[in-house]
Design a binder for this molecule. Sequence first.
Ligand code: MIG
Length: 818
Amino acid sequence: MKATHWALVAALLFAVAGPAAAAGWRHLGDADRVERRPDGVVVHSGTARLEVRVHAGGVFRVRLAPDGTFDADPSWAVVQGAEPVRVRIDETRAAVRVVGDGVAAIVQRSPLRVDFVDGNGRTLLADEASLPLAWLPGEHGTRVRVWKSMPEDEHYYGLGDKAGPLDRRGRAFAMWNRDAYSWQGHTDPLYKSIPFFIGLRGGIAYGVFFDNTHRSSFDFGTESDGVLSFGAEGGALDYYFIAGPQPAQVIERYTALTGRTPLPPLWSLGFQQSRYSYNPEAKVREIAKQLREHRIPADAIYLDIDYQKGYAPFTVDRAQFPGFERMIADLRGEGLRTVLITDLHIKHDPGNGYAAFDSGLRADAFIRNPDGSLYVGEVWPGDAVFPDFTLSRVRGWWGGLYRDFAAMGAAGYWNDMNEPAVFDGPGGTMPLDTPHRMDDGTTREHREIHNVYGMLNARATYEGLLELQPARRPFVLTRAAYAGAQRYAATWTGDNTASWHHLAQSTPNLLSLGLSGMALAGDDVGGFIGSPPPDLLTRWFQLGAFNPVFRNHAATDTRPHEAWVDGPQHEVLRREAIELRYRLMPYLYTAAEENARTGMPIMRPVFLRYPQAEAFYSNDRDFLFGGDLFVAPVVDERLDAHAVSLPPGAWYAFGTSQRFVASKEPVRIDPRPSRTPLYARAGAIVPMQALVQHTGEVPAGPLELQVYLPEAGSEECRGALYQDDGETFGYRDGKFLRVTYACSAEAAVASVSAQVAHDGFTPWWSATRVTMFGVPQRPSAVRVDGRAIAGWKHDASAKTVTLEVRGGVRDWTVEVLR
Ligand code: MIG
């Protein structure tokens, strides 16, 4: 090693280890002994033990036990059991190599530390040699921390919905669920704790999941140049290293580990109208009527806290909502589902016949203080009590609270305030020493359960609904989350603000949630806090139309936010944005099914599909919607030409034959477009449908396929379609339809074909209308399944061929002879 390098190490030791050591941190020393296991090694170092095991293909688990005993702590997040993987262990004087599935963990003996290396010998992630793993015993548990070297050209993504740029490099973050009302770009922490990040360098990715529910922190180079670290205030040092090499594989493995989002009900992908609050009943009915009169397609209306009596969850203020059940049924008749807020804080209201409180008290469902008395905190209802969601029997009790609302026909539920937010509690939550009871009879302090509490609330809701309505896919919207919450709920980014800054912030937050396993996410379209000027609100609708959850919401005391409030010019643009989303529903639903099956997010950063495209590593504005559409939204108020850099390859302006090839020069769109700039990949096959006013309406007409022809023999051309009843779990018994599409463009013939991969559901259509983009010359003939057909159309100026393939579900091939 060069002398300068040693100087650097010394400086680092002084900068980081120095003060850390002074504060009493104990770092791992040398390895004394290595024990082999079928799936890895356990290494002894003094009293400490370090375990490095292969958990599943490409996934290593690293655990440290400072005192030599590993806690049998079951994880709240991990659902994947350790898989049998063939592991090879080689020992040398300096190191032990654990090789599983092409990736190696190299356990260096002096000092004891772990490096992860890929099959090509490239180091993916290495403990900082001068700073081995460390722990610091304290009054409330032992702090733990890991330091890793941080290559200069590495980028970091994930950690859930953190504010600020998508690339986390150069910043530090805490994990502590917090009611972050009016959060801004620099605010941290926010509502969720997802201690998972992705490292990306030169197109090669890996992931780290630090499975620790205590307050934790991640530092990407602020504490010390060239060093990243993560650790927690207590609990185990227990993390997973997840190999790629593609970022998509990292996500697939992370979501195999922590679970995937079950297929959502189709209606939840429609446009959702909300406000704090729509009350009384007449107001709700009025909004429903307006949606339909203005022909704003919509699938859901939310009732916020004011429908309840005295803000007591699971009650209805009958003075304001005399015909609550009838209202829900009438809305449903209009194709609008009702989503009810059901906060977890149960009003402390003894002796008044309040069922949620009385039954909870009887069931001993509420959290108690260390002295055994009920823990009471102030929230919306005034004095409130809090379910002990760590107990499975309490989750069961909570789930039963939905019985009446489910019977009334409510379609979805909104779990807000579940960080938990407590107005008069220390730090806005409950005291850290409040005990939570566990199924095994032990208790855990709030400091350990806090970050997972909201997820357990969502879990209780989801599982309860499944129990009540086993054939229905539940829809739950949660504000707080821990890793794995995607198994139970969709989410949103909390109380954002009606500003251009927040419009721009929406995309990195939602992309990050998608990278972190929570793909079903949206933000409050229009901004929650404050009143957006008309053009901001219009832009927000135009962006929100490409968010997985598309919900317009606003706080009390703000001006109305609905699509029609700013006159016909704005209404037209907002309606157009919503209509395009509905026309794209087959494509969107197919992307949602892919997410449920593989974890691949619906909204994707460009680097997810094009890992080598470094120009997009720090692009916070543009993204892919599904696999094949590129969205370059307008997120600032300036009127300048809109510059768009396209992802690699060739792209079409959506719905046209106008083709662009990505180059270093951005495409400039001038004058400023009235729609969101949208592009389809050359080689995309996009399934669409006729416009409907809600997802329950049967589209009139054929399935529509937009085929964007690639250059002869160049880009891959394919598409997919997934359909089912949109509502039940029938798909688990094979009641779904899957069609794959392929196309090719040769000099003499352009062809597109459909192949039915699974035929278990009969969709609405009895024909497919194919529109091929990029056909300048009038074809000499068009054939379907080898036979020439009539009735096709060529539009010379649009450079399209349109034709219809008769019949519902079947394989077919279309050939367009040039
Ligand atoms: O403290 O239920 O983020 O969406 O409208 C405010 C009222 C409580 C916060 C949520 C917001 C919701 C509001 N809630």
